[in-house]
Design a protein around this ligand. Sequence first.
Ligand code: TGC
Ligand code: FAD
Length: 393
Amino acid sequence: MPARQTPFELYAIDSLLSEEEREIRGTVARFVSDRIRPQIADWFESGELPARELARELGSLGVLGMHLEGYGCAGTSATAYGLACLELEAGDSGIRSLVSVQGSLAMFAMHRFGSEEHKQQWLPRMAKGEAVGCFGLTEPDFGSNPAGMRTTARRDGADWVLDGTKMWITNGSIADVAVVWARTGEDAKSIKGFVVPTDSPGFTARDVKKKLSLRASVTSELVLEGVRLPNSAVLPEVSGLRGPLSCLNEARFGIVFGALGAARDSLQTAIDYAVSREQFDRPIAGFQLTQRKLAEMAVALGNGTLLALHLGRMKDAGTLRPEQVSIGKFNNVTGALEITRTARSILGGNGITLEYPVIRHMNNLESVFTYEGTHEIHTLALGQALTGVPAYR
Ligand code: TGC
Ligand code: FAD
């Protein structure tokens, strides 16, 4: 064993991965080192991301919808997809978000619930990153409780007409296509998904400004004013909240792995800093208080990775249940946030600048804590699984 081990070497994580999984992880990690790391601090600081350009590059890399079968998608295992999310988020949560929303939300919705026409029209181009998708569920007044959504779709002759506002939509203003969820009647069971080309008359998107988190990600408000669509725009295979929530299971799974990437990058930065930074005439890595922080972070990261791999193996076996994904998001996002905060403390004053990635990861994880079901919603999902009593309302 070398004198210094990385946190993943300490846990022998590679021994749990197949050769193909190690290769995919390595390929994505190289992309992040070459393409993302050199520029991410500037993108974050300016709040400007070359998202369309990156989408094509991520398409060439093969990570867009990579765990889906057919239609130009790579058809890898779910675990391999999770590992790709981990490496992307080691670059920045915003890059992983771009990939999550494209593959796990917009593409997955069409792949699982769309017509053959939707799949043929959109999936091959989306897999290549030539077309970008977004997923509109959340509204200004309905985030955790999407059942209350106000966006409506009403029949007008053979067409549908959509009216409403969606909020906090990743990739919104750069998307070619939006999967929009709207109620077609009074009941939440009447909710349906619509495939909306973003050049449809009445569709507009406006970016959310002044964000202090996920600055290297496009976040938008979508406004639909009398957007007229043919009946073929409906996702035919699902009605009710089960539709969007099934898509969320996919994206939440990616986050279970992704958050670990932000944590690992922060921990490794703290270790490298601690061995070179001297105070009181010796490296701060030599102080027991620092070593305790590093040990606690490495164990939280390693345990979170074992959990993610366990969930990944269950997903590949087709046995993973939504409440088990909630365990992963509950544990790994909180653990990752804690790691980034502790890592930041090890960097002292340097920890508050974008010269190091840690505070960027820390701020990003505040969004990750909130989106895809807030930490509290996943807490209640676990409470329900344990007691049989739903406590949301
Ligand atoms: P409830 O009555 O429990 O369920 C309604 C129907 O849905 C089914 N269902 C699920 N199906 C699949 N997967 C799940 N996880 C499911 N959970 C529930 C359920 O069986 C039922 O089906 P059916 O056929 O009987 O009608 O629904 P509820 O209204 O009580 O809500 C439950 C709750 C609170 C858990 C749910 O609303 C929820 O998860 N809220 C959080 C919303 C959320 O996560 N929004 C995320 C928006 S997208 C996003 O954040 C993208 S960020 C992406 C990025 O940039 O990376
Ligand atoms: P609220 O639901 O108003 O919650 C506020 C607080 O109340 C939270 O702490 C919450 O946990 C708590 N709370 C709510 N209900 C309960 C309860 N029953 N019990 C206990 N506590 C409760 N949405 C999309 O549809 N598509 C996207 O692409 C997308 N991308 C996003 C990108 C970013 C950067 C962000 C920040 C959000 C994104 N979202 C997206 C929206 C995200 O899913 C919502 O922000 C999230 O679901 C929470 O909704 P809210 O912000 O309205 O908070």
